[in-house]
Design a protein around this ligand. Structure first.
Ligand code: 13P
Length: 233
């Protein structure tokens, strides 16, 4: 089980350090891999504070070129130099607000993997797509551009469930994960309003291999509670 906390645009370096110090002291279950995904400016602090632990630090994005004229972007070698272990790519907020496409997501994932980073690649349908019966086609399309890799994990994040308090039912998550796994044989995380009180039920589904948690990962106690809920499931 992998539980990843996507902090999005929250926690500067001092808050990140305080969170990571508390996480170090927490009693995390041995059968759960915990990962934090701070914003770029807090990565160094998180890596240093979590040094010597099993808790991985992931970035939230990564460019496909190693260096060049790409203002505002950060590359895989830069992340590696900091001691960052992996990166999220293709989050729906990047697809929605920053022009990310299936093609750029595939390029980002491929380059990050080639440079030795682990990757969490996000896919998921919008509410309109679900209502139009397009969920399966969207998941197939978004997943098909990715290449299988031992260090690749896909996160199924239905866009309508992100930050809304709505979650997919465990059955909906299972069904979507089966579609993704039929295209690409990789572990699949569920994301979208995962909280301590719904985590166990979602994670008990056979095809759910972990969670990508937004809001509920910002508080140490709540993040640790989700990690505990993931244990033995
Ligand atoms: P919430 O858990 O806040 O719904 O966010 C989910 C998400 O987008 C994680 O990447």
């Amino acid at each position: 089980m992998l539980i990843a906390g996507n902090w999005k645009m929250a926690k500067g370096p001092s808050e990140a350090a305080a969170f990571c110090r508390a996480l170090r002291e927490a009693d995390l279950p041995d059968d759960v891999d915990a990962v934090v995904c701070p914003p770029f400016t807090s990565l160094a602090e998180a890596v240093q504070t979590l040094a010597g632990t099993e808790i991985g630090v992931f970035a939230q994005n990564c460019h496909w070129e190693r260096e060049g004229a790409f203002t505002g972007e950060v590359s895989a070698p830069m992340l590696r130099e900091l001691g960052v272990y992996g990166t999220i790519v293709g989050h729906s907020e990047r697809r929605q607000w920053f022009g990310e496409t299936d093609e750029t997501v595939a390029k980002r994932a491929g380059a990050a993997l080639a440079d030795g980073l682990h990757v969490i690649a996000c896919v998921g349908e919008t509410e309109a797509e679900r209502e139009a019966g397009e969920t399966e086609a969207v998941l197939r399309r978004q997943t098909a551009v990715l290449e299988a890799d031992d260090n690749l994990v896909v996160a199924y994040e239905p866009v309508w469930a992100i930050g809304t308090g709505k979650t997919a039912t465990p059955e909906m998550a299972h069904e979507a994960h089966e579609v993704i796994k039929s295209v690409l044989d990789v572990p699949v995380l569920y994301g979208g309003s995962v909280k301590p009180d719904n985590a166990a039920e979602l994670l008990a589904q056979g095809a759910v291999d972990g969670a990508l948690v937004g809001g509920a990962s910002l508080d140490v106690d709540s993040f640790v509670a989700i990690c505990r809920a993931a244990s033995h499931s």
